[in-house]
Unconditional design. Sequence first.
Length: 182
Amino acid sequence: MGTVRASMRVRPGAAAVPLACLCACALLLTAAIALAQDAAKSEPPAAAAPPGFLGSIFQWFGKQATNLNTGIKDAGSTVTNFGREAGIAAKTTVDNAKDAAGAVARIPAARMISGHEKCAVAPNGAPDCVAAATSLCKAKGFDSGKSMDMTTAEVCPARVLLSGRSGPDCHDETFVSRALCQ
């Protein structure tokens, strides 16, 4: 049996033909998109589509270009809104951090003071200990104070206590026993 040799010869310009077809298709596609965009900008949409295969292709490219433009505009507005909201959140965070830093800075100047200061009676009969807490703090050299702990006791005359009963002569008194002073 003899051997058969097969040889293929490639012509020197054969590779350029598919490349030229590919470039022509890309150029046609680009021209179709540009034409569709120009038509969409300059004229209102026609009631009837152009007849034929090429008319359908141009119409499809026009719709795709419109969808792409809409998507890009929506993405741009989303990014703009996100940037604006991030700026607002950052400003709020900075303001909250400043407030917290101010509160922390005031803590070392605050001290808890123990004492015994009588609370005044308010017009409604309840104890009003704001002035008593401030008075307790001023006695220790601070400017102001807030009541942290109060003690209430029943105060009776000695004769009532010796008799072992309480009566109309007894009343409640409230004292500030601890205050936070600044």
